[in-house]
Design a protein around this ligand. Structure first.
Ligand code: APR
Ligand code: ZN
Ligand code: ZN
Length: 361
């Protein structure tokens, strides 16, 4: 039986978010229907509205969500009806060359539900990142559901589904930050703050937050920053070197996604250090660096997709760190809003006044 529920849809480029009736089919083989409890508002949702991700309008927005499984399709064994889950946008295939090498976190063939959710007139919807979570119920591939502890606050842990995982994973998985290391994070939005929290969780002892916004830097200490640099006022490379015995940080995480901040990251790291790019650039951006410096400084230049996370491994582990009081996910939840308030929350996101607005369904 098809369910008729309310969801937040964008019908065309730069059109406002509208609340529409969406038809959600029963789950087919390998699929699940999840009743959404909360879903965070991410920059990617705004990019979908602006046509920056694809032209496959209409989109069903939302993808950083906690929910409860309400139906499963044939052959689904990894989750059961009633499970509390966090949704992920990289359900691994288990068969591609990355999975075959035992590196499913890099799976090159991740998948979503096969069936489509539609508007009442039959128009097929494109769910954001294959999820679509600003809706009372959504249809996903069962592998997009990761079961987590019942007790955790839905709004807080749901953020692990995207931006917060990207930041923490950039530090822990991609950067492989170790106890006692120094880390600099350039850009302290939701992703950068999470990278700071991830570096702290991994035991880094010098954590330098870099931003152009003094208010962001003020908050960074809460997530574990030991020092701050306002890059409007101070040279980042000199500042990071001064705080690390003159050498540069072991790991520098770029969480803006721009060539100038990438160059700062490149030169603010110690010889043989690691640079992690988790900020997402736009197609016209290019990078120019002296090749001799790339060679001569050694170390590694890495990119971090979704924090190189494996949801089944990382989500429950991080929910447990949260439960133990070592990771303050609550501090990422700036406000709780209704489904009607998404458009207005985009404005607050653009102003940088919120880390995350979370929609309660
Ligand atoms: N130098 C330092 N910080 C900067 C600079 C700069 N030149 N330009 C912007 N920033 C800071 C902003 O002040 C803000 O605090 O970077 C931060 C970006 O934060 P958000 O806009 O909240 O973005 P966030 O959600 O953290 O995502 C960061 O990761 O996933 C990607 O697409 C996302 O590219 C984006 C990046
Ligand atoms: Zn795979
Ligand atoms: Zn996101």
């Amino acid at each position: 039986m098809v369910s008729r529920v309310k969801g937040a849809v964008v019908r065309g480029k730069n059109e406002p978010v509208s609340i529409e009736t969406v038809l959600v089919p029963d789950p087919g083989p390998g699929e699940a229907v999840v009743d959404i409890i909360t879903s965070g508002v991410c920059h990617t949702d705004l990019h979908y509205q602006q046509g920056g991700i694809s032209d496959d309008f209409p989109f069903l927005l939302g993808h950083e969500a906690t929910g409860r499984v309400s139906a499963i399709g044939e052959g689904v064994t990894e989750i059961e009806v009633g499970d509390r889950v966090i949704l992920n946008w990289r359900a691994v295939c288990g068969e591609c060359r990355a999975c075959a090498k035992g590196q499913p976190q890099y799976c090159f063939n991740t998948h979503n539900a096969t069936q489509k959710m539609t508007l009442e007139d039959g128009t097929e919807l494109s769910p954001a990142l294959g999820i679509g979570a600003f809706i009372e119920k959504t249809l996903v591939a069962a592998g997009q559901c990761t079961k987590v502890d019942e007790e955790s606050d839905a709004a807080a842990v749901g953020l692990l589904g995207c931006g917060v995982m990207a930041g923490i994973g950039a530090a822990i998985n991609t950067g492989e930050v170790k106890r006692g290391e120094s880390v600099a994070v350039i850009g302290c939005g939701g992703v950068g703050m999470a990278a700071i929290a991830g570096a702290a969780l991994a035991g880094a002892t010098t954590i330098i937050a870099v931003d152009i916004d003094a208010a962001k830097l003020e908050r960074a200490a809460h997530f574990g920053a030991t020092h701050t640099i306002n890059s409007r006022e101070e040279d980042v490379v000199e500042g990071v070197r001064a705080l690390t015995g003159g050498f540069g940080a072991d790991v520098v995480i770029e969480a803006v996604g721009r060539p100038e901040t990438y160059k700062q990251a490149f030169y603010a790291r110690d010889l043989a250090g690691r640079v992690v790019l988790v900020g997402v650039p736009t197609p016209e951006m290019t990078l120019e660096l002296p090749l001799l410096d790339v060679f001569g400084r050694g170390g590694s230049l890495k990119s971090s997709w979704y924090g190189d996370c494996l949801p089944s491994r990382d989500f429950p582990m991080l929910v447990e760190q949260y439960r133990l009081g070592r990771l303050d996910l609550d501090a990422f939840v700036s406000e709780r809003i209704g489904i009607e308030d998404i458009e207005a929350s985009f404005e607050r996101m653009k102003d940088g006044t919120v880390l995350r607005s979370v929609v309660e369904l």
